[in-house]
Design a protein around this ligand. Sequence first.
Ligand SMILES: [Zn+2]
Length: 325
Amino acid sequence: MASPVPARFAIGVDLGGTKLLAGAVGPDLSVHHRARRPALGLDQAGLVEMCVQAVQEASAAVDGEVTCVGFGIPCTFDRRTGLAVMAVNLPLADIPFRDVMAERLGLPVVVDNDANCAALAEARAGAGRGASELVMLTLGTGIGGGLILGGEIYRGAIGAGAELGHVVVDMDGPPCQGNCPNRGCLEAVASGTALVREASLAVAARPATLLGRALEDGRPLTGPLITELAHDGDEVARDVLALIGRRLGVGLASLVNIFNPEVAVIGGGVIAAGEMLLAPARAEMRARALAPGRDFVRVEAAAFGQESGMIGAALLAHEGLEGRG
Ligand SMILES: [Zn+2]
């Protein structure tokens, strides 16, 4: 009897501003093992080491052959040098990330921006399946941006695009986060970090609420807590999500005017709020963008939820697509 062909997996890794998710992903995009790590408080060497360990954990957990590894990292790239140049929310700078990882892991490695990976997954098999023009925003620690144009990831002239989270929506707005020198970026006002900041202000003014009582009970103020209590009907949590949604809609209006996408996909941790975030975003976008693009575009939650980046990184690796770093 012939022995069965061993299963082949790619390890997809999504490195975010606060956490890492790695998964062993089959060619049919089924996820067979997930490895999670917190990414807080690490320097560049520590981040590299954590990535290596997470890939090794996911590889060891599956029954089959791991043929390649894909990384989605929240960095800008320069194709001329092969370097991951800078990250707004992590201490990664001027590192030949693909070469470092290929040497450490002994496997073929592709690297791309995390939101580009998410956009690819959603365009090929998710909320934008079949769309050739797609805008992706991932709302987490920051706001990642990815573009699919003509069915392919758009990376710009030297690989430094498309940082859609740093579109300015308020010229005199608050300073942006981390290593971004700008102010009033969409990321500064509509990320998961902004959500927590706005909730902190709102609950201080209205403490006699579910959210206020949860904080009194010692629960830390986080995006997941705000979303949980909004689902339970807390008005402060719902109001804050609606505010973030409207701001997201302001940013989307510009992206719809510029790119005329078929679908705008919203992912990252904050999308757990679903329609509480998307309905105000859609309404604000439609009130501000130009016809006919505003009436054509669909604004949808990521079908892969918070796993779009990880699955897209594995997809990129499976397809052997040229990454950026
Ligand atoms: Zn910025």
